[in-house]
Design a protein. Structure first.
Length: 355
């Protein structure tokens, strides 16, 4: 795996989003301008634009499990500041970056596949928890030895502050997305957002290096996400692919300037009782350009127990999952990221046999 020797590998996100035609074989692109600058999605008084937006969100969740959002209200400068900090961090020598390696029972910090020996994926990453103190306090008792403590590098010095600014803006947008999803499911207001009083918010900066033989290795292999929602910001190199539900084909996600990519996670699949599904996705590599992405994983509080929402369960549509604790579920996956090979918990382990 070659060393990164300069910081010209990032293609910056442009200020103005470019809308593309929504086609049957393309991930939907949804315009959030009707709610972009609102604090909350209005419930009692709604207009046709918001009703149409709810319908678009519901259709994208049900058909794809993925969609892109534009005109979302997140300031361009907030995204750019974190991009610039990530460029500076990844542009250092590996010896310098490895000073903040994840280690032992703490998955936070830097990782690269050359160091871990996990050669299936061709990438470098830096992961951190936005609210690590809250997560530490509510971690299930039998996982007390499992630490979630951030390891911030000395360089660049502004990384922590710009990451917090980014997380604040992401949280505002995701709360509104959750409200739209509540409306699309037909459940009461705050039915999902009430689980996010102490959210498990993890962010990962990833550099997928240019690879001369992209057919031989993936940036990251096929996987599903465990949280409620994941939001991805990426440059214009592209490479993210989604497995289409209708036929299992891999569909490339078109890079749209200024957009965020949103996908349903396993936890939301359980809450929706399989109405909305978490789908497999992967990253393929570019032979000439490296790709930078910022992934934000939004899960409920670690103390939250997850099960299908009662409003979506009846005699004709019984609960398909038994109840489980999100903290235990998420910690199992985080541990698996360190101690490969492992058999972390998956929602299939909680599926009821009669469904």
């Amino acid at each position: 795996m070659g060393e990164v020797i300069d910081t010209d590998f990032i293609n910056p996100i442009e200020t103005r989003p470019k809308l593309s035609k929504i086609e049957d074989d393309a991930i939907p692109i949804i315009d959030l301008s009707p709610i972009a600058y609102l604090d909350h999605v209005p419930v009692s008084v709604r207009d046709q634009k918001i009703d149409n937006l709810v319908a678009e969100i519901g259709s994208a969740c049900e058909k794809w499990g993925f969609f892109q959002v534009v005109n979302h209200g997140v300031p361009f400068e907030t995204v750019k500041n974190l991009e610039n900090a990530a460029v500076k961090f990844f542009g250092q020598s590996k010896d310098e970056k490895r000073k903040v390696n994840h280690c032992g029972m703490n998955p936070m910090g830097y990782s690269d596949d050359e160091h871990t020996g996990h050669v299936k994926d061709w990438k470098q990453g830096f992961e951190f928890a936005v609210n690590e103190d809250a997560l530490g306090l509510v971690l299930p008792h039998h996982l007390n030895s499992f630490q979630i403590r951030n390891r911030w590098p000395q360089y660049p010095p502004q990384l922590r502050d710009v990451a917090q600014d980014y997380a604040t803006e992401m949280s505002k947008m995701v709360n509104k997305l959750l409200e739209l999803i509540e409306l699309s499911l037909g459940v009461r207001a705050n039915r999902l957002t009430e689980f996010y009083k102490d959210p498990a918010l993890f962010m990962r900066l990833s550099l997928y290096m240019a690879c001369p033989n992209p057919d031989l290795v993936l940036g990251i292999g096929a996987h599903k996400d465990s949280a409620g929602l994941t939001v991805i910001s990426e440059d214009d190199v592209g490479g993210l692919q989604v497995r289409r539900k209708s036929d299992g084909e891999w569909i490339s996600v078109k890079a749209v300037s200024g957009a965020f990519i949103v996908n349903i996670g396993d936890t939301l699949q359980v809450w929706s009782n399989d109405k909305y599904e978490s789908v497999e996705h992967r990253v393929i590599l570019n032979p000439e350009k490296s790709r930078l992405s910022i992934a934000s994983s939004f899960g409920p509080g670690f103390y939250v127990n997850v099960k299908p929402l009662e409003e979506l369960v009846d005699e004709g549509n019984p609960a398909r999952y038994k109840e489980f604790n999100f903290g235990t579920f998420r910690a199992s996956i985080l541990k698996g990221n360190i101690t490969k090979p492992n058999n972390p918990q998956k929602i299939v382990h909680f599926r009821l046999c009669n469904n």
